[in-house]
Design a protein around this ligand. Sequence first.
Ligand SMILES: [Fe+2]
Length: 381
Amino acid sequence: MTTLFSQDAPQALLENRKILVVDDEEPIRRLIGYLLQTHGYTVTLAADAREARQLLDKEPYALMLCDVNMPGESGMDLVRTILEEHPHTASIMVTGLDSSVLANAALDMGAFGYIVKPFEMNEVLIDVANALRRRKLEIENRFHREHLEDLVRTRTMALQQALEWLERSEKELRLSREETIQRLAIAAEFRDHSTAQHIHRMSHYCELLAKKHGLSPEHCDLIRTASPMHDIGKIGTPDQVLLKPGKFTAEEFDVISQHAEIGYKILSGSDSDLLKVAATIAWTHHERYDGTGYPRKLKGENIPIEGRIAAIADNFDALTTARVYKPAFDFAHARSLMLKERGTQFDPELLDLFLSCEEDLRRIHDHYADNPANQELPNVA
Ligand SMILES: [Fe+2]
């Protein structure tokens, strides 16, 4: 939309006292011109519509007094187009025909007044003064309205920019939080030569199963973001146990089992939903459905859903990728091994759901495959 005023209505526009008198009858236009000039107005005379247009195109007029009946273009047509082309020029119709229909048509069109010939001098002066006063008010009103529209537009734009900035900041904060979590988790995993890719696969397997189980999108997202921290407690496991090749003794198993408890202690006590879920997963991802897991021997659905999901995802990844003590098993082998633990180690319904998503599992497995080129953190966006 074109803004007519930038800040203030120009004084020159408001105080313009130039009047154009358009009448094909010379005595009439001279009479009106003389009358107005003697009362302080600057008057220009035009004999027809064509001349009037030329004058209006050259300089701004505050008011046009226009005869209705003229040879060529009528006064009504002239006023109609002038109102559109020169919105700051007010118009008063002058006619020898005293017709209410004509008067109403002129006023409806936007003329400010209607003078019938013969007229009283005072009548013309009063109508001119009223028209100029109304013109000034309308210009000021238009200015205020447009100024207000400008202000609303500017404020709306500022608000939109602020919201965009806030959205960008929130996204940046979320990404940096996720990346920090992943890097910390990777640091813990590196202690026993696990790969960065393990935590990516694990978190995406967890998210997949959470979605299949019908958890809310927010809950699925929390599980995906929190699950990389499932083994964070390994930072409290001594190297000689953590890095020991071969089987653990019972004492060593006790030591390594403590990583679930240590992880919980590291992550618990926060008001953050993310850390609460992370603490739950760290604490319960080694529980078994039959109640023989650790650290608390929780059984069945007493094991939080996040822990039951993480147990399946973690074990599936361990089976389908190479470890120092074993080669990578193919999916069919991993499936049969996990099905042997259906209802003992794993929640049977969750396991069935998980194994029914082979295509998605392969996609995640292949996307985050263990190879040197994939050791860099992928973009988490
Ligand atoms: Fe673990």
